[in-house]
Design a protein around this ligand. Structure first.
Ligand code: PEP
Ligand code: MG
Length: 890
């Protein structure tokens, strides 16, 4: 390799994260600013990448750089690697650019061998020596050999230790004395010999080579791969390896180890938060073998060292200008710092820390805005699993609707509605194989929703997010049996009435109940988002269909409605029969009067709906979309109808209404309804619907205006692919609008526009712009139609696509910039070439996703629209886009 492969801590600094990983770069930085860091060096991530490029061979020349670095460390400490009289022992740690806590391997106490141990026990506590040796044999064997040989993992060594403890008649590790641990070391070495056919390496240089290679290999262990996929960290960046002189916290009562955050990572409070163990190594604190002491108690017992620790925390915060997560060790009364990194924190803590640090003059407002991951704000808004709760995850699905929920499992919407919110008031979780609009009332009555199928833009996910219902969707681990009213995961059976919990933020399904607590919007939350509003240029609207949602969206900072899906109003119980009558009579000329009567009834309902929404908006604009879904969605399920009619027939009865319904449902059946009679096509085939909805919108607006309020309706036509479609609907609509204005005697400031969600619509946006005052990108359908992926069925192949890197991510979650995004750019450019002031927004689910928001900013949209609960996220993401931060590129 041409590049330098090894950097001493003294040779580098924190800017070198790409090359040295977060850990290596920070160890160098702390060395540079004079903190007590045990000496060492870091092997670069380029060496790791070369290792993989070379077919898993350590590149030539690495030892030529490692050996002088090692000599440097030896000289600094006056110790020698492999010298029984004065041995240098090492820790070998992984560390990528982005922190992946606990995912990769680490080896401690490296350099011990039989000869050194034999000598060390004569000069220091023998129990400590044998304990260090047995840990080292286990760790190195586990990380270096367990992928080649069976039965050589940590678990196997623990089993041997457990057997020894049983033989000795003791329970705890600490009860095994030096002689016992010496025997254990012998047993461990015999085990290595028996399993691998070779003795445990005695040459410290061989040990070091094996450990470095093992750390490289651990970059690609299953845990690490899964973690990277979840955190969207690239697989190509590799890990660095930091090699550092060991210091020991377990050499007596004047020793110890601790882990601390410079501020409280849960609440953000400006108080050092952490734990300490006397006479222990760092891993004992993390693994919870013994209960550590809170830092505050340690302060009282050891004021001098505590002061040094406290000063270090101060220095680090001032230097990094961020809350730090640190690991430290005290060896015979000397304080050492072993690691620092930017501390992981909850959403609430992230906001408080950012605001506090601006107030303390540590960072600027823009730095504060750039620092908080927008998605974290989710946690500030929803009920959460109470802090500190320990629970076991039964199954994992898509985190479709954030928040936590507990309740009894119920397997149909009807029962959920009877038992749940608005019914008997019990807490229920609706569990379905998948959901249809029929399930809406059950969903609304439930605390949470769990589905085995469906992706992030599936109906369940979409509605759930809109209503803030914690939801786990597409949970293919579970198999739902609606008839038996149970679901199974492996051998576990959850029956109706059993209590379960969902963590919708992480997509987890949990057996039993977990304590849930309400999120409270803090003062800092308001301040922080106020700063975001000062810098963002994108407008933020919400997708809302009811006054309640509208008010919620405004509370979270929405500046209007970007999508009101009018058909959601048709699903309500009392309206269903009217909607069905309207549909059943639509194609029969002889029943025109009945059809009109049904439309008139719906008009009354819809007028009230829109009036309520305009009132809630208080003069903010509302984009209201005319009916979109295929009509069969409003009709009963065909299989159920057939069954009901057959049952009646079997008992000699009949129901002409049901039979008529069945005929109608059959006649409307479509092979591919998503490509069928829906969107603007409905408005063209059944113009009465456009007229009714236009009237309802404008009459609702007129009522509000006449009462002294303001209303700014923007009427939007879905699924337009050809300008003539829009032209035709517009003609009908304008006729109706003129009639309403004449009847009401006022002019209503409405606009007329279209969704761009069919690829042809995007490609001919210049023609379409002639007929529209605004465009809103429906990126759910645009993605569906550009890829030809069904948005309801694609999770089956999208998961493997992403796993096999055929696609970088799910295009229904984050805009596919090169394909779908290109169509959007074309539409923006063509649309504005005709109308430079054309208002442009997005209302697909991507409108609430930070990466997509950054893209919308880049291509010059005027606003994004998302579900109310994502409004704060969108405000922050839009601010970050304006600041040029985008989303941290992993
Ligand atoms: C879209 O397609 O992106 C959209 C917003 O419409 P819907 O999800 O209702 O089809
Ligand atoms: Mg659509």
């Amino acid at each position: 390799m041409a590049n330098k492969m090894v950097y001493l801590f003294e040779e580098a600094d924190r800017t070198m994260r790409d090359l040295l990983g977060g850990k290596g770069a920070n160890l160098a930085e702390m060395t540079k600013i004079g903190l007590p860091v045990p000496p060492g060096f870091t092997i670069t991530t380029e060496v790791c990448n070369a290792y993989y490029d070379n077919g898993k061979q350590i590149p030539d020349g690495l030892s030529d750089e490692v050996l002088p670095a090692l000599t440097h460390v030896e000289n600094k400490l006056g110790k020698k690697f492999g010298d029984p009289d004065n041995p240098l022992l090492l820790s070998v740690r992984s560390g990528a650019k982005f922190s992946m806590p606990g995912m990769m391997d680490t080896v401690l106490n490296l350099g011990l061998n039989d000869a050194i141990v034999e000598k060390l026990v004569t000069v220091t506590d023998p129990r400590f020596v044998y304990d260090s040796y047995r840990r080292f044999i286990m760790m190195l064997s586990d990380v270096a050999y367990s992928d080649k040989f069976a039965h050589i993992s940590k678990h196997d060594f623990e089993h041997i230790f457990a057997e020894l403890k049983a033989e000795l008649g003791v329970k705890e590790d600490l009860e095994v004395d030096a002689a016992g641990l010496k025997t254990l070391c012998e047993k461990y070495k015999s085990h290595v010999m028996a399993q691998t056919g070779s003795a445990f390496p005695q040459d410290p240089y061989d040990q070091l080579r094996a450990a470095v290679e093992a750390v490289f290999r651990s970059w690609n262990n299953e845990r690490a791969k899964v973690y990277r996929a979840k955190e969207k960290i690239s697989d190509d960046i590799g890990t660095a390896v930091s090699v550092q002189a060991m210091v020991f916290g377990n050499r007596g009562n004047d020793c110890g180890s601790g882990v601390a955050f410079t501020r409280n990572a849960s609440t953000g409070e400006n108080v050092i938060f952490g734990e300490y163990l006397t006479n222990a190594q760092g891993e004992d604190v993390v693994a919870g073998v013994r209960t550590p002491t809170p830092i505050s108690e340690w302060a009282a017992a050891n004021p001098t060292i505590y002061k040094q620790f406290e000063d270090t925390c101060q220095i680090l915060e001032q230097h990094y200008k961020d809350m730090q997560d640190i690991e430290f060790t005290i060896e015979h009364g000397t304080f050492y710092i072993l690691q620092c990194r930017s501390g992981k924190r909850t959403g609430t803590a992230a906001v408080k820390i950012a605001v506090d640090q601006v107030n303390e003059g540590l960072i600027t407002k823009n730095e504060a805005l750039a620092r908080v991951e927008p998605e974290l704000l989710n946690q500030c808004l929803l009920p959460v699993i109470a802090q500190g709760t320990k629970y076991t995850v039964l199954a994992k699905g898509l985190p479709a609707g954030p928040g936590a929920a507990t309740g009894i499992a119920i397997f149909d919407a009807e029962t959920a509605a009877i038992l749940g919110k608005g019914g008997e008031g019990k807490k229920v979780i609706l569990v379905r194989a998948d959901t249809s609009p029929d399930d809406l009332k059950g969903m609304l009555a439930a605390q949470g929703v769990l589905t085995a199928k469906g992706g992030m833009t599936s109906h369940a996910a979409l509605v759930a997010r809109g209503f803030g219902i914690p939801t786990v969707a597409g949970c293919s681990d579970i198999s739902v049996d609606g008839h038996k009213r149970q679901f199974t995961v492996g051998g576990t059976v959850i029956s109706e009435g059993d209590e379960i919990s969902l963590n919708g933020t992480l997509g987890e399904v949990i057996v039993g109940s977990v304590p849930v607590e309400d999120a409270i919007l803090t003062v800092e939350f308001g301040t922080f988002l106020g700063w975001a509003d000062e810098v963002r240029t994108l407008g933020i609207r919400a997708n809302a269909d009811t006054p309640k949602d509208t008010l919620l969206a405004i509370k979270f900072g929405a500046e209007g409605i970007g999508l009101c899906r009018t058909e959601h109003m048709f699903f309500e119980e009392e309206r269903r029969p009217v909607v069905q009558r309207m549909i059943l009579t639509a194609e029969n000329k002889e029943r025109a009067a009945e059809h009109q009567a049904a439309l008139d009834e719906l008009l009354v309902f819809q007028r009230e709906d829109f009036k309520g929404i305009f009132e809630a908006l208080g003069g903010l604009p509302a984009t209201i979309r005319l009916i979109d879904p295929p009509l069969h969605e409003f009709l009963p399920n065909i299989e159920e109808l057939i069954e009901e009619i057959a049952t009646l027939k079997a008992t000699g009865k009949s129901d002409p209404a049901k039979e008529e319904m069945l005929r109608a449902v059959r006649s409307m059946h479509e092979i591919n309804p998503m490509m069928g009679l829906r969107g603007c096509r409905l408005s063209i085939v059944f113009p009465g619907i456009v007229v009714m909805q236009t009237r309802a919108i404008l009459e609702g607006a007129a009522l509000v205006m006449k009462a002294g309020g303001k209303a700014y309706p923007e009427i939007m036509i879905p699924l337009v692919g050809h300008v003539n479609e829009l032209r035709t609907v517009r003609a009908e609509l304008e006729k109706a609008a003129k009639a309403v204005e004449a009847e009401q005697g006022i002019s209503i400031p409405y606009q007329f526009g279209t969704m761009i969600e069919v690829p042809r619509g995007a490609l001919t946006a210049d023609e379409i712009a002639e007929e529209a005052e605004f465009f809103s990108f429906g990126t759910n359908d645009l993605t569906q139609m550009t890829f030809g992926f069904s948005r309801d069925d694609s999770d089956k192949f999208l998961k493997p696509y992403v796993a096999q890197k055929i696609l970088a991510g799910d295009p229904f979650e984050s805009i596919d910039e090169t394909g779908v995004g290109l169509l959007m750019e074309i539409a923006v450019q063509k649309g504005r070439s005709v109308k430079p002031d054309l208002k442009l927004g997005i209302c697909g689910e991507h409108g609430g996703e930070p990466r997509s928001i950054a893209f919308c900013h880049k291509i010059g949209l005027n606003y994004v629209s998302c579900s109310p609960y994502r409004v704060p996220i969108a405000r922050l993401a839009a601010a970050q886009a304006a600041l040029g931060k985008g989303v941290s590129d992993k």
